[in-house]
Every structure is written in structure tokens, then in C-alpha cells.
Design a protein around this ligand. Structure first.
Ligand code: 13P
Length: 251
């Protein structure tokens, strides 16, 4: 079945309110180029409300970069799913490798955050991916399988059908080293098999699997042409409207 391509920009810890407003102007100028692609940007918490307001009336959606699993309470520094929903975001990135690496995110917390996001009506983008050491030790499949099964444990098939999985090999993030289309396709196809084992083939065929890691206008088309690559999660190249839309229009 045909899955609609989904391109999302992860702004990471970049852009003040003023800088975000300037980028939103650039995105709005290109909004007519969205075509038959789902497009979203994921700014910092402090700029979510202004970006949602700025992109209102365009087909470009907004997502957050993290969410806590509790509804409220003594969790200093965290933000709940209901709070995100209130700002008008549709998506939330969960379990990015930077959160796993620097902030102790585990498959268990990814799972709790994913369930809370779904319960609040948000659409999770759940990230998985191996480090260079894991790839060199031929552990890629084992690592992404464990992350996927752990992160998505206990979801109903109906919930699973609404999520996006982002395969982001850690060694390709921000390094300029992209997985070759063949390398990425191999892992994406493997991941779809893992999803089929968890939720059945029909649901696995609906779940979009994005590639992330140094995706840019010059390499996006060949990655997105692979049968199991259904979009991209873009870091650096999402910070410039023309680079981001260079990827959107190559889809
Ligand atoms: P880069 O596109 O900067 O490599 O980042 C990828 C990423 O981590 C997106 O979440």
C-alpha cells in the first residue's frame, strides 16, 4: 500500500523566538510547494506557541521534541502531553538518540512517553538507531529491534498505525555521513518486519519509517526512492527554509 511521504524538521536546541519567526516566514513562502507530502517542523518548547501561530493556515504542521509521561506534578524541567496538545502541536519526537545519549533516555521511558503522547492525541515519531560501534560489531539489527520492541511495547494495533518510526543511525547524525540508500533500505525493511511481528503485516504496511542522518537536498531523492523509506527526519538542513524544501520537493 502507498504510504504518504512525511518530512519533519527537528530544529534541536536552535532558534530564539525571533530566529524562529524568520524561519517561519521562509517556510510560509514555500508552503505552496508542500504537494502530496506531510510536512512538519519541531521547534524548542519556548518557540512552539509562536511557530504554531505563524504556520496556522498552512499545510505545515508542528511537533515537539520530547514529552513527559505523567499528566502533571513534581517533574522539574518536563512538559506533559496535554500541555503540548494545548499549544496546538500535532507531533512529538520521542527517544531521539541525543536524548538517549545525553539524558539517559531508555526504551522503557520511550515507551512511557509514547503511550502518554498517544493518550493525549499526539502523533509520536519514535526514534531508533545504532551507534558506529554497534554497526561495526554487526549489532545493528539487534539494537534497532530491541529499541523498537521496547519503545512500542503494549501499543494496540490501532495506536501503532498512527505512529512514525524514525531510523537514525547515530553515526550519520550531524556528521555529513549518510547511510547509502541500500544500507538504509536494508534496515527499514528489517524494521518493517519487526513491526509486522508486533502488530501484523497490515499495520506494519501503514507505519511510516523515516530516515534521519545528514539528509539534505542532494541525497534525499535517492533515499526517498527506496521502497521502505517513507520520509525523513531532518536536523541541520531543516534550519534553512530552502534546504528543507529542497528535501520536501525531491520527495
Ligand atoms: P542531521 O540532519 O543534522 O544529521 O540530524 C539528523 C537528526 O538527528 C534529526 O533528528
Amino acid at each position: 500500500m502507498a504510504r504518504k511521504i512525511f518530512i519533519a524538521g527537528n530544529w534541536k536546541m536552535n532558534n530564539t523566538v525571533a530566529e524562529a519567526a524568520a524561519l517561519v516566514e521562509g517556510l510560509k513562502a514555500r508552503a505552496g510547494d508542500v504537494g502530496n507530502v506531510d510536512v512538519a517542523v519541531c521547534p524548542t518548547f519556548t518557540t512552539l506557541a509562536s511557530v504554531v501561530a505563524g504556520l496556522a493556515g498552512t499545510p505545515i504542521k508542528v511537533g515537539a521534541q520530547n514529552v513527559h509521561w505523567a499528566a502533571s506534578g513534581a517533574y522539574t524541567g518536563e512538559v506533559s502531553a496535554a500541555m503540548l496538545k494545548e499549544t496546538g502541536v500535532d507531533y512529538v519526537i520521542i527517544g531521539h538518540s541525543e536524548r538517549r545519549q545525553y539524558f539517559g533516555e531508555t526504551d522503557e521511558t520511550v515507551n512511557q512517553r509514547t503511550k502518554a503522547a498517544l493518550a493525549a492525541g499526539l502523533l509520536p515519531i519514535v526514534c531508533v538507531g545504532e551507534t558506529l560501534a554497534e554497526r561495526e560489531a554487526a549489532k545493528t539489527e539487534e539494537v534497532v529491534k530491541t529499541q523498537t520492541e521496547g519503545g512500542l511495547a503494549g501499543l494496540t494495533a490501532e495506536q501503532a498505525a498512527t505512529i512514525t518510526v524514525a531510523y537514525e543511525p547515530v553515526w550519520a547524525i550531524g556528521t555529513g555521513k549518510t547511510a547509502t540508500p541500500e544500507m538504509a533500505q536494508e534496515v527499514h525493511a528489517f524494521l518493517r518486519g519487526v513491526l509486522a511481528g508486533m502488530f501484523g503485516q497490515a499495520v506494519a504496511d501503514q507505519i511510516r519509517i523515516q530516515y534521519g542522518g545528514s539528509m539534505k537536498p542532494s541525497n534525499a531523492a535517492e533515499l526517498l526512492a527506496q521502497p521502505d523509506i517513507d520520509g525523513g527526519l531532518i536536523g541541520g538542513a531543516s534550519l534553512k527554509a530552502d534546504d528543507f524544501f529542497g528535501i520536501v520537493t525531491s520527495a
